[in-house]
Design a protein around this ligand. Structure first.
Ligand code: SF4
Ligand code: SF4
Length: 382
């Protein structure tokens, strides 16, 4: 075998591996594999609750063939279960929850849903926080394992040093309580994703991607695809795209995002989002979607430039939580809950008004005004 043949064989093997884990899907046939090879690789995909109306894509190396629309449970409670039931009926097969969401009402409501015969086998569960003792969460969720456990980390240096999360994950995995490790990030978006790709122990990523940062994130998304790390995008509508919800969905799918995580509180919202994700063009495009630049003026793109506040204020978390949950969605309780999760030394009270963050911000975000207002309003929510 000469060098060229050897290179071709290796490239083919790598390609087959990626195909087998679902990174390339049906594109394999178009790229010269026999249909037998391609179908054998596709057969390794894990499938669940696939309905004709929904579209599915492999979530990187997890091998889970996830629905293009995932159900976010941050606002879930018993009287909103009809929305979840409808989403699952229509083919959604990935749900995301955290034990603290909606003061614990979300995980309990999801647990009720999962208790109904057959429901657990229809969805994969993503749970935020890698905690050594997850037995209480498993009990509330009426399940014996979590499919994807999420490590929420917002600083790239901490992502690089997240062996502790990995070790906890490995232990839980050995006990059969979790299956895959995900990195979830709410700040320093691109840097955290790159760090996760460097360390290599995350099977999937859950970043905030929207019009404010998609152009900057595109190379990182391409790298994730090359490394077969699946991406679920959250908070995709902080900046309204000129061509509506379909515009940003089309852009994200073209950039290689597998699924959109959306909080849906009513059956009408479920209907609208299913229509949005299933009618968008589905295939990744090399050139992306033309005509969309970052639309950033006044909106935080989570670029991380202001990360090093001399007084340790958690600028991105406060700005994101307040502008998104309080101002945009009008959910004071959830915004306040997130604010309470911030360490006391990192709240707006630590700001000494030096102005550094605003000088450095490329988007002209009025950080000081936002964080002061956030503190005033969110501290008043009981
Ligand atoms: S103005 Fe406040 S939040 Fe901004 S860098 Fe200075 S201390 Fe930190
Ligand atoms: S406030 Fe400005 S500098 Fe800070 S993360 Fe947001 S966009 Fe970047």
């Amino acid at each position: 075998m000469d060098n060229e043949d050897r290179k071709n064989t290796i490239a083919r093997r790598e390609f087959l591996e990626r195909l087998s884990t679902g990174a390339l899907g049906a594109a394999g046939i178009a790229m010269g594999l026999s249909s037998i090879e391609a179908s054998a690789a596709q057969a390794k995909l894990e499938r669940r609750n696939e309905q004709p109306e929904m579209v599915y894509r492999p979530l990187g190396r997890t091998n889970l063939n996830v629905s293009r629309l995932s159900f976010g449970c941050i606002a879930l409670q018993d009287d909103r279960l009809p929305a979840l039931e409808m989403a699952v009926e229509r083919g959604v097969n990935l749900v995301h929850v955290c034990s603290g969401y909606n003061r614990g009402r979300a995980i309990r409501a999801l647990g009720k849903f999962l208790k109904k015969p057959g429901n657990r086998d229809k969805v994969w569960i993503m749970l935020k926080h890698v905690s050594s003792n997850i037995d209480d969460k498993l009990r509330i969720l009426n399940t014996d394992h979590i499919d994807i456990i999420c490590a929420p980390i917002t600083r790239p240096d901490r992502v690089r040093k997240s062996e502790h999360e990995r070790e906890k994950f490995e232990k839980l995995k050995a006990q059969g309580k979790v299956r895959f490790l995900n990195l979830t990030t709410h700040g320093n978006m691109q840097q955290c994703m790159e760090a996760a790709l460097d360390v290599g122990w995350y099977s999937s990523l859950l970043p905030v991607i929207d019009l404010t940062n998609i152009e900057r994130m595109r190379p990182t998304l391409q790298r994730a695809a090359r490394q077969n790390v699946g991406v679920v995008a959250m908070k995709i509508l902080r900046k309204r795209p000129p061509d509506g919800e379909k515009g940003i969905v089309r852009t994200l799918f073209a950039a290689g995002v597998a699924s959109i995580l959306k909080t849906m509180n009513s059956r009408r919202e479920v209907e609208r989002w299913i229509e949005t994700v299933t009618t968008a063009p589905q295939e990744p495009s090399r050139s992306g979607v033309a005509g969309l630049g970052d639309c950033e003026e006044g909106v935080c793109s989570l670029c991380g430039l202001c990360e090093d506040c001399p007084n340790g204020v958690a600028i991105q978390e406060i700005v994101l939580g307040y502008t998104y949950y309080y101002q945009q969605l009008g959910w004071p309780e959830i915004a306040a809950e997130r604010y309470r999760e911030i360490a006391p030394r990192a709240t707006a009270l630590s700001c000494r008004d030096c102005g550094r963050c605003e000088q450095i911000c490329p988007n002209g975000v009025p950080v000081r005004t936002i964080i002061r207002e956030a503190h005033k309003r969110l501290s008043a929510v009981v």
